[in-house]
Design a protein around this ligand. Structure first.
Ligand SMILES: [Zn+2]
Length: 715
C-alpha cells in the first residue's frame, strides 16, 4: 500500500493519532497511543456513559492501558525504511513479551495481527519469524486468534542474495524496466504470473500455516500496476497471447475484432515515453482500442487466478485458515483498468478484503454535503462471500455502525468484533456489537428489491464517465433507503430475485445481454433505464439502434425510462480528487473523476426516486420517513424468523426526529414483537407496532447514531 503524507505524519507523531492512520500500518501501535480518539469534523453526540457497554469499554481500556499492541511490520523493515523512533527494539521486545500478550487476553482480546513475511527473504527474516512464532504460540495458548502479514513486494538487497532467481520474478513495465514500490526503491513489485514467485509464496504460506499455525493469512499488494506499468514480463506477454488465441481462434472473428486475423501478431505496445503529457495512458477517457480492452480483461483474470491459487493452497493446508487480501473496494472510478481488481472474479476465493483507503471515511462532507460511505464495498463483499476490513480502527461510532449494519460476518474470519481494526477498540458501540454479534449479525441474508447493473463493458472500457451516473444512482438508493444490490455480469443468473433492475450509465450492452434483460422483463421484472443504455455494443462500437425494446409493457413486466441524472455537486471542474484518491497517480484525466466529496445527491434526486417508486407497483420491502442523512440495511435471519432493519444517522451531533417504518413481512403469520436495540440502552426497547396481513408498521425513536430494529415472527 502506498503511504500518504497524512499517514507519514502520524508515524512521525505529528498528527496526534486521529482518523488518519490505518491498522495495516500499525500506526497507533507504533506510537503506543490509545486507540480511542474519535476524530471528526463535527463533534458526535456522545454515547450514554452509564450503560453496561460503556462500563465494559472503560474496564477494557483500563485493563489494556499498558499493553504494547502488535504490529504487522517486522523491526528490520522499520530500520531499513527509516522514519521511526530510537526505541523500536525495546518496543518490539515488550510487544511479544508473554506478559504483554496475557494482559491482552485478560482484557478479553481475541485477535492480533503480527509481523511475519515482509519480503526480505524467509532466511533473512528467520529471527523475526521465530519471534512471531513464539508470540503466536503464546496467543493461541491464551485463546487468541493470530493473523499473519504477508507482503507482495521483494526487497532487492536481501532477497536476491538469498534467492538469486528472484530477480527474474520482477514485474516489468512497458519499457521492460523493474517497478519500485513508490519511493521505496529497495522494494520491487513481483509478477504474480511467475511460477517461481508463486512457489516461493507457497513456501511462505506453509511456514505461516504449519509453523505459526496462523488463523489468517493477510496478503498485501493484491493488485497490478496501472499503465504504463502493468507487467509485460515475457511470462505475462505469453499468457496474454494464449488468452487471445483461446478467445479468438477463429480468423474471421479475430479480423472482425482487431482488423488482424492472426492474433499472434498482436502486441500490447509501449506507450510513448514516460507518461509524456498528452500522449500516455493518463489521457485516456475511454478504452476504445480492442487490444487494450482484452488486456484489461486479461489483467483482471490474471490477478484473480493468482488470488484463487493462493486461496486454494491455503485451504489445502488448513481449511479453517482465513485468507485476506488488501485489494480495496468499489469507488467511483475504473479500478479494473487501473489496478486490475474486478471483485466478482474473486467470488469464493477471499474471506476478507481490506479497504485501506483514505478520503472515504463515513461522513457528511462538510464542504459539499455529500454522504460518504463504503456501503458499495460492503455490498460487493457480501455478494462474493467476503468480510471487510475498514481503512481505520472502528473507534468512530459512525464507522462502527456501518461495519455492523452492512458488513458480512463470515465465521472463518475470527468474528467481526475481534478482527483487524476492532480487536483493541473499546467503545460502547464496539462492546454492544460484541455482545450481539453471534445472535443478530451472523447467519443473516439481505433483503433487496432492486439491483443496479454494472456490466463489464460499460464499466471496464470507460475510465470514469460511466462511473458517475452509476455512483449517483447508487447514492439516490442509499440515501432514500431503497434495499438494493450491485449486480455484475457474473451474477446475472440471480437476476430474478430483483423486482427491478436499474441501468445507469450502461452504454455498452451486448445482444446476448439485451436478450437476457428482455426475458427478465417478459417474466415480470421491471427494467429502469437512465441515460443512453446500449448506445454501444460490448466492444464499445457505436450502434445504430439500441438492442433493448422500446419502453412500455412487455409480457408480464415493463421497461421504464427515468429522468437523466443531474449532478448536484458544484465543483466538478476543480475536483479535489487528488487528495482523496485511494491510489495516487491513477491513470485518468484529473478532474474527470468523481471524488467522494462529489457524491452529492443529484439535483433531481426526488424526481428520480419517485419515478423508481412509480415503476414498482408492489412497492419496496421497507419504506420509511427517516431523513436523507440516514441510511438503512434490511436483513432476515431465517433461523430465528427475524427481520432486522439497521438504521444509521450520519448527521453528527443531532438526533433525528422519530420516524415511521413500514416493513413487508418476510415470514408468514403474526408478529410477536418489535424491539429496538441501541448502544445507549442496556436492553432493547419494545416498540408499539401495527400489522396488516403483509406489513408491520412502527415508529423508531429519535436516532442518535445507530439502531437495530428486530421484528420477530410469532411462529
Ligand atoms: Zn509478469
Amino acid at each position: 500500500m502506498k503511504i500518504s503524507r497524512r499517514k507519514l505524519m502520524e508515524w512521525m507523531g505529528l498528527s496526534g493519532g486521529n482518523a488518519l492512520g490505518t491498522q495495516w500500518l500499525g500506526a497507533r501501535g507504533a506510537l503506543g497511543a490509545r486507540p480511542l480518539a474519535a476524530p471528526m469534523d463535527a463533534a458526535p453526540l456522545p454515547a450514554e456513559t452509564t450503560t453496561r457497554w460503556a462500563q465494559l469499554a472503560t474496564q477494557r481500556s483500563e485493563a489494556t492501558k499498558d499493553v504494547t499492541w502488535l504490529t504487522h511490520e517486522p523491526l528490520i523493515y522499520l530500520l531499513r525504511r527509516g522514519d521511526h523512533s530510537d526505541a523500536e527494539a525495546a518496543r518490539y521486545d515488550r510487544m511479544v513479551d508473554p506478559n504483554n500478550l496475557k494482559s491482552m487476553a485478560d482484557a478479553g482480546v481475541k485477535f492480533g495481527r503480527i509481523f511475519f513475511y515482509k519480503g526480505f527473504g524467509l532466511e533473512y527474516e528467520k529471527p523475526h519469524i521465530e519471534k512471531a512464532r513464539r508470540a503466536a504460540e503464546t496467543m493461541h495458548r491464551l485463546g487468541m486468534k493470530v493473523s499473519v502479514y504477508v507482503a507482495g513486494t521483494m526487497f532487492t538487497e536481501t532477497l536476491y542474495r538469498e534467492v538469486p532467481e528472484a530477480e527474474g520474478w520482477e514485474e516489468r513495465d512497458c519499457w521492460n524496466h523493474w517497478i519500485p514500490y513508490g519511493i521505496k526503491t529497495y522494494r520491487h513489485f513481483a509478477c504474480h504470473n511467475q511460477p517461481g514467485f508463486r512457489e516461493y509464496m507457497k513456501r511462505v504460506m506453509r511456514a505461516g500455516v504449519q509453523d505459526l499455525k496462523a488463523d489468517e493469512l493477510a496478503f498485501d499488494q493484491i493488485s497490478l500496476q496501472p499503465e504504463p506499468r502493468s507487467c509485460r514480463c515475457a511470462r505475462c506477454l505469453e499468457a496474454f497471447a494464449a488468452f487471445l488465441r483461446k478467445r479468438y481462434s477463429n480468423r474471421e472473428v479475430a479480423m472482425r475484432r482487431f482488423g488482424i486475423a492472426d492474433v499472434d501478431w498482436i502486441r500490447v505496445n509501449q506507450w510513448d515515453g514516460h507518461e509524456s503529457p498528452g500522449e500516455g495512458p493518463t489521457e485516456l477517457a475511454a478504452i476504445d482500442d480492442p487490444v487494450l480492452q482484452e488486456w484489461t480483461r486479461f489483467r483482471c483474470e490474471s490477478l484473480a487466478s493468482y488470488a484463487a491459487e493462493l486461496y486454494n493452497y491455503a485451504k489445502s493446508l488448513n481449511p479453517n485458515v482465513a485468507v485476506s487480501y488488501n485489494m480495496k473496494g468499489i469507488y467511483s472510478f475504473n479500478r479494473y483498468w487501473t489496478y486490475a481488481v474486478y471483485h466478482p472474479l474473486f467470488s469464493g476465493h477471499v474471506d476478507r478484503f481490506s479497504f485501506d483507503t483514505s478520503g472515504y471515511d463515513a461522513r457528511i462532507d462538510s464542504a459539499t454535503g455529500a454522504l460518504v460511505s463504503q456501503i458499495r464495498s460492503y455490498k460487493m463483499a457480501r455478494s462474493i462471500g467476503s468480510c471487510c476490513e475498514e481503512s481505520d480502527f472502528l473507534d468512530d461510532e459512525l464507522r462502527t455502525s456501518l461495519f455492523m449494519a452492512f458488513g458480512y460476518q463470515k465465521p472463518v474470519c475470527t468474528g467481526g468484533p475481534w478482527g483487524p481494526g476492532a480487536f483493541n477498540v473499546f467503545t460502547p458501540a464496539m462492546e454492544f456489537f460484541r455482545a450481539h454479534n453471534d445472535r443478530y449479525y451472523t447467519e443473516t441474508d439481505t433483503v433487496t428489491d432492486v439491483a443496479v447493473l454494472l456490466n463489464w463493458p460499460s464499466m471496464a472500457y470507460s475510465v470514469s464517465a460511466t462511473w458517475i451516473p452509476a455512483t449517483l444512482m447508487e447514492q439516490i438508493l442509499i440515501q432514500h433507503k431503497v434495499p438494493f444490490d450491485l449486480l455484475f455480469d457474473e451474477q446475472l443468473e440471480s437476476i430474478n430475485r430483483y423486482r427491478a433492475v436499474i441501468l445507469a450509465g450502461q452504454e455498452c450492452i451486448s445482444e446476448a445481454q439485451a436478450a437476457l434483460l428482455t426475458r427478465y422483463v417478459q417474466q415480470g421484472g421491471t427494467l429502469i433505464i437512465s441515460g443512453r443504455a446500449g448506445k454501444y455494443n460490448e466492444w464499445r462500437e457505436e450502434r445504430t439502434a439500441s438492442p433493448l425494446p422500446q419502453p412500455g409493457r412487455i409480457g408480464k413486466g415493463q421497461i421504464v425510462v427515468i429522468p437523466e441524472i443531474v449532478r448536484g455537486d458544484l465543483h466538478a471542474a476543480r475536483s479535489t480528487a487528488t487528495i482523496e484518491n485511494p491510489e495516487p497517480g491513477i491513470t485518468l484525466k484529473k478532474g474527470a473523476q468523481l471524488s467522494p466529496s462529489q457524491w452529492v445527491l443529484p439535483k433531481n434526486h426526488a424526481e428520480i426516486y419517485q419515478s423508481i417508486v412509480a415503476a414498482m407497483p408492489a412497492g419496496f420491502s421497507i419504506r420509511t420517513e427517516a431523513p436523507l442523512t440516514t441510511v438503512m440495511e434490511l436483513c432476515v435471519r431465517a433461523k430465528t424468523k427475524e427481520t432486522i432493519a439497521h438504521f444509521i444517522n450520519f448527521e453528527r451531533g443531532k438526533r433525528t426526529a422519530p420516524f415511521a417504518v413500514t416493513l413487508r413481512k418476510q415470514f408468514p403469520g403474526a408478529t410477536s414483537s418489535v424491539a429496538c436495540f441501541t448502544a445507549d440502552q442496556n436492553e432493547p426497547a419494545g416498540l408499539h407496532f401495527e400489522e396488516s396481513s403483509d406489513t408491520v408498521t412502527f415508529i423508531v425513536p429519535p436516532l442518535r447514531v445507530y439502531a437495530m430494529v428486530v421484528v420477530t415472527s410469532a411462529d
